[in-house]
Write a protein that binds this ligand. Structure first.
Ligand SMILES: [Fe+2]
Ligand SMILES: [Fe+2]
Length: 145
């Protein structure tokens, strides 16, 4: 049985989950009494959620020998790097970068979904039509959220 449909469901839910974390980080940063320790922990959660989601996609692309894997993965690295740079700035005492971190990452993610994820979904839809195909590393939904 193909696990690709499970991936589709997980991917959509996962994007929504990441957006929800990002919005809460943004609300916290914009708050009048934002606690930098809490901001840092929330940004770390955002970063690890992004990494987990991206690794899932990269495993699937690898399983399918997807031709766009390198370019797609490079875009993942840039997005995680943006959050990582922000965390390093905060650790160095510079909170300025954190003010617009979520709007920046959200814009990068929106572009990423249009430019890369949608192409991957089209590729998966084609692959799913092949009889007997299984993507073994596609995790169950519960493992992603
Ligand atoms: Fe994605
Ligand atoms: Fe992606």
């Amino acid at each position: 049985m193909s696990t690709i449909p499970a991936y589709f469901a997980a991917n959509v839910d996962d994007h929504q989950y990441i957006e929800a974390i990002g919005e809460s980080v943004n609300a916290m940063i914009s708050g009048l009494e934002s606690d930098q320790g809490q901001v840092t922990r929330s940004l770390e959660t955002l970063k690890s959620s992004l990494q987990r989601h991206f690794i899932t996609e990269e495993n699937i692309m690898s399983d399918l020998s997807y031709g766009g894997l390198l370019e797609h993965s490079h875009s993942h690295i840039l997005i995680v790097g943006e959050v990582g740079d922000c965390l390093r700035s905060i650790a160095g005492g510079d909170y300025q970068q954190s003010i617009n971190i979520w709007p920046r990452v959200k814009a990068m993610l929106r572009y990423h979904v249009q430019r890369f994820d949608q192409d991957l979904v089209r590729h998966l839809e084609q692959a799913a039509k092949q009889p007997g195909l299984t993507v073994a590393s596609s995790p169950p939904l519960a493992a992603l959220i």
